[in-house]
Design a protein around this ligand. Structure first.
Ligand code: NAG
Ligand code: NAG
Ligand code: NAG
Ligand code: NAG
Length: 231
């Protein structure tokens, strides 16, 4: 399994390199709309299992809905001395790499998940929105932290929108440039990917209660694309 995980890392690194090339730091637009083909996301990889207890779901965590894969970027602004987080945007993909929603957030690090309408697999008929705020971080050397997020509000009732906790794990990249100085107020978009696991309150489905994300056997499948634009 370690082998598959490695190749996933490789593929995702390639895909993130592509988004760097296509969207240099100064790009001011949040309207990033890459298809899976454009991202070069050629994958068949398993969801990682190595989850630290630092982001464990508190006791009341219950049923887990299928993991989603996020691919997008974190945005940073140079304030004259250091790079400050200023927002994020990513698209959310299901296991067959269909785009099923997006996430976005600003400087306060709160995150809004938007699940598109009519996703039978996500049990959404209308568009569903989930607001969440990070409550725990486990910092990583080469990528954005693993995170436990607490859901603060939802719009439509759907499978995902009934979640009370969300975990971000299996993160790749997304850090600000380490040794790069820039003009004040310069923006930098740093590509990242991550898995998100959504947990439902225990009372919604006590018989299916579980407190860890599906991993290992849970695989994300993509078509094998021959060419990666920009490389
Ligand atoms: C994905 O990889 C696993 C492990 O090698 C393999 O068993 C499975 O058949 C593959 N699935 C697809 C759709 O390629
Ligand atoms: C930039 O941000 C850092 C970290 O928050 C802070 O220590 C520093 O004073 C800020 N610099 C300016 C010029 O605002
Ligand atoms: C992913 O989403 C697409 C579009 O809604 C759907 O057709 C497909 O069945 C979903 N895949 C899985 C594994 O749920
Ligand atoms: C999540 O939010 C709920 C409701 O505000 C609160 O009771 C709970 O303690 C929070 N959990 C964590 C881990 O912060």
């Amino acid at each position: 399994m370690a082998k598959y995980h490695e190749s996933a890392v490789l593929v995702l690194s390639i895909c993130l390199a592509v988004s760097f090339l296509s969207f240099p730091g100064a790009d001011a637009s949040f309207g990033l709309d890459l298809t899976v083909e454009e991202l070069g996301l050629a994958v068949n990889f398993s969801v990682p299992c190595d989850l630290p207890t630092g982001i464990a779901i508190p006791d009341k965590g219950g049923l887990l809905t299928p993991n989603l894969l996020a691919v997008g970027y974190q945005r940073y602004m140079y304030n004259g001395t250091s790079w400050q987080f200023s927002g994020q945007h990513a698209y959310l993909y299901n296991k067959t790499l269909d785009k099923v929603g997006r996430l976005y957030g600003g400087r306060n690090r709160r995150v809004t998940f938007e699940l598109y309408a009519g996703q039978s697999a996500l049990a959404t008929t209308a568009k569903a929105t989930v607001h969440a705020k990070p409550v725990k971080n486990v910092y990583q050397t080469f990528s954005i932290p693993l995170q436990l997020l607490n859901v603060t509000g939802t719009s439509e009732i759907s499978n995902y929108a009934a979640a009370d906790y969300i975990q971000r794990f299996g993160t790749q990249n997304g850090l600000p440039p380490a040794n790069l100085k820039a003009k004040k107020a310069t923006f930098f978009n740093s590509g990242f990917s991550a898995f998100y696991a959504f947990y439902l309150p225990l009372e919604l489905s006590p018989q299916l209660a579980t407190r860890v994300p599906r991993c290992g056997d849970e695989r994300f499948y993509g078509v094998q694309f021959g060419t990666i634009p920009g490389l």
